[in-house]
Write a protein that binds this ligand. Sequence first.
Ligand code: PRP
Ligand code: URA
Length: 209
Amino acid sequence: MKNVFVMDHPLIQHKLTLIRDKETGSKEFREAIKEIAMLMGYEATRNLPLQEIEIETPICKTKTKVLAGRKLGIVPILRAGLGMVDGMLNLIPAAKVGHIGLYRDPETLEPVEYYCKLPADVHERDLIVLDPMLATGGSAKAAIQFIKDRGATSIKFMCLIASPEGIKVISEAHPDVEIYVAAVDEKLNDHAYIVPGLGDAGDRLFGTK
Ligand code: PRP
Ligand code: URA
């Protein structure tokens, strides 16, 4: 599907197996999510613009490339998106971090917003929205719309596990947004959990239930 990039690098698949396993505890779960985010971030930033500068090596002057200084931002969807922040910041430490607080109402499955704090210059930044899970797509669709409503024009969405339904929802609602995903699973169950998935990402990250 256009605009959907499945990052199935062997290292990512290996770490995904770790976080899918119900025996994996919060510490290992957190570490693996951070590492997967970093590996995915490497690919998602592949097209960052470069500019040529001149430097002097110990041997001679030379022209070489550095990042063109385009402003970046990452926006985790609370809570579970927080688990991906450190991995991304390892790669792009100068990125600003916005936060969107959303939870999925267990009855209606509709996203409920409870917090939103974005960089003031959000309209000038390339933003990457982070959430490990894309299930019905309701949360990500709403989060991306909140960010657009506040002026953002350049947005990517990065998740670890998606359902086919969630991908369709985002692709149709936000055709301008590229989706980076580590695995597209089979389906949603009757409670709108991804099958086989990994269970509740927020609870597994933070040890709640
Ligand atoms: C999870 C997940 C996504 C959302 C995905 O968050 O982190 O934000 O569900 O489901 P959807 O695609 O059907 O909207 P949850 O609402 O459980 O909140 P939490 O991160 O605070 O646990
Ligand atoms: N949220 C999760 O954390 N996991 C799912 O499978 C679906 C929504």
